[in-house]
Every structure is written in structure tokens, then in C-alpha cells.
Design a protein around this ligand. Structure first.
Ligand SMILES: N[C@@H](CCC(=O)N[C@@H](CS)C(=O)NCC(=O)O)C(=O)O
Length: 104
């Protein structure tokens, strides 16, 4: 198996990523993901939590991106539980922000 796995569906915008992969001259394996239940399955959601193709995670890997970081409100326990379920862990960092508009 090659390092890059290109998850796509022939009727998706995945062709744009395929074009990029071809232009870069990298070798990759293609996995076709079906719309509907397969794209929303736990197995595929662990690859792309958005349940869409093409997954950004693989695109980032193709560009040597080593990690994904994002913020979730600590009060959103169900979402945090979901991300932990699919392998995300809480980093030991302090996130700072300053509101420019009032919080809704
Ligand atoms: N902004 C996303 C859009 C991805 C997207 O909407 N993909 C569509 C196919 S072109 C998809 O997977 N739809 C399935 C669904 O929403 O269930 C990206 O560029 O990766």
C-alpha cells in the first residue's frame, strides 16, 4: 500500500485532488467511497469526520502537513466525546482569544 490513499467518488470534486496528485507526480492508491451509508460509517468518519470526499486529512498529508488542530467549546461534551472516539486527543496547550463581536 502506498503512503497516500486518495478517497473519492467518481461523481465528486475528488477529480480536483486527483489532478493535483497527478501534477505532483506522487504515487497513491485510490479508494472509492459510496455516497450515503458508506460515507457516514464509523470507519470512514474516522478518516474524515465531515463524512465527505475528498478528505482534507489525506490532502494535508500529501502536502506534508503533520497534524490537525482545531478548537471545540469545552461545554460541547458530546462533540468532544465523538472526536475522542475517532482518535483525537486533547493537547496540553492554552488557547487564547479575544472576541471582536459578542458571543451569541
Ligand atoms: N469543502 C469540501 C467539500 C466536500 C464535499 O462537499 N464533498 C461532496 C462531494 S463533491 C461530498 O462528499 N458529499 C457527500 C455528503 O455531503 O454526504 C471539500 O472541498 O473538501
Amino acid at each position: 500500500m502506498r503512503e497516500i490513499i486518495f478517497y473519492t467518488n467518481p461523481q465528486s470534486r475528488g477529480r480536483i485532488v486527483r489532478w493535483m496528485l497527478e501534477e505532483c507526480g506522487v504515487s497513491y492508491d485510490t479508494k472509492v467511497v459510496g455516497y450515503g451509508p458508506e460515507m457516514k460509517s464509523d470507519a470512514y468518519l474516522s478518516i474524515n469526520p465531515m463524512g465527505k470526499v475528498p478528505p482534507a486529512e489525506r490532502g494535508l498529508l500529501a502536502m506534508d502537513g503533520p497534524k490537525i488542530n482545531f478548537q471545540v467549546r469545552s461545554s460541547n461534551e458530546s462533540l468532544l466525546a465523538w472526536y475522542r472516539h475517532i482518535g483525537y486527543v486533547q493537547d496540553d496547550v492554552v488557547s487564547l482569544g479575544r472576541r471582536l463581536i459578542p458571543d451569541a
